[in-house]
Design a protein around this ligand. Structure first.
Ligand SMILES: [Zn+2]
Length: 287
């Protein structure tokens, strides 16, 4: 599932290709993927893409000051950039035709095999109705975010595991299963710890581990384990730097102990029992 580094990579790959381009047409091949909340069918036609932003795992295209196209890739959503009229592939759901000044038409195809991905067209004042976006926590790579803020936000989830709290998106935005496990390993903190039990020092290690992992993954253009590619069909390479995710039973890269596996928040969670120790009184007990 695309997480912050993958969505950021899609954004970076698309920005030079479609920033300033004019949307000529949005074609829906599959109903139920595009939600137009403006009430106007062709509202995006003629609009210029004036900005590409990311918030958590959401990609936001500014179409002038009063209209947004927001995409959430969920499990398997992808954007495919084409400079020739696109051939139809199975699981292509939405096609945007754009015009760039001086270069002719280009196309952006939204492709999604599992079909959980969504696109919304809405006004800025409607963003608050998109619950997943409205309640997002701060961006983990924002230099303004400090570890005491992180510790306080985690304390609002005092009775859940640290893993579950980091996956919730309301504490910090953009982490999924891969980068949560990698972050906690780098920070040397056990994922079964209670979210409200971190000391200031541990919160500092958590934030710096998170920022190191996410920045390294953005630099590596994301993790391509299954089907993730950017808008130019380029795979990421962070899968070659993974320390714990997908490595249960294999030796820890730091101490050689076999990595342990458990299930938290419904997700497989891998950690090193030696580098990420836990005391029983600090553990989430599964209720
Ligand atoms: Zn270890």
């Amino acid at each position: 599932m695309p997480e912050l580094p993958e969505v950021e990579t899609v954004r970076i790959s698309l920005e030079p290709l479609i920033l300033g381009a004019q949307i000529m047409e949005i074609r829906e091949l599959t109903p139920g993927v595009l939600y137009n909340w403006t009430g106007q069918p062709a509202v995006a036609s003629g609009r210029i893409v004036s900005g590409l932003r990311r918030r958590g795992k959401y990609l936001l295209l500014d179409l002038g000051p009063d209209l947004l196209l927001i995409a959430h890739l969920r499990m398997t959503g992808q954007f495919r950039y084409e400079e020739q009229p696109p051939e139809w592939h199975k699981h292509d759901h939405i096609i945007l035709r754009l015009e760039k000044s001086g270069t002719g038409p280009v196309w952006l195809v939204f492709h999604d095999t599992r079909r959980f991905g969504r696109i919304w067209l809405l006004r800025p004042e409607q963003v608050g109705q998109l619950a997943g976006l409205a309640f997002l926590g701060p961006e983990p790579l924002d230099p303004q975010l400090d570890s005491e803020t992180l510790r306080q936000r985690l304390s609002h989830h005092a009775r859940t595991s640290l893993k579950a709290a980091l996956l919730a998106q309301t504490v910090v935005a953009g982490l999924g299963n891969i980068y949560t496990d990698e972050t906690l390993f780098l920070a040397g903190i056990n994922p079964q710890r209670l979210a409200g039990s971190l000391s200031p020092d541990e919160a500092g290690r958590l934030l710096s581990g998170m920022q190191k992992v996410l920045q390294a993954a953005v630099n590596a253009r994301g993790t391509s384990i299954k089907d993730y590619v950017d808008a130019l069909n380029v795979r990421g390479s962070f899968q070659y730097q993974l320390q714990v995710y997908g490595r249960a039973g294999q030796p820890c890269t730091q101490c050689g102990t076999a990595l342990a596996k458990t299930r938290l928040a419904g997700r497989t969670t891998v950690y090193c029992p030696r580098c990420q120790p836990i005391s029983i009184k600090m553990a989430w007990t599964g209720q």
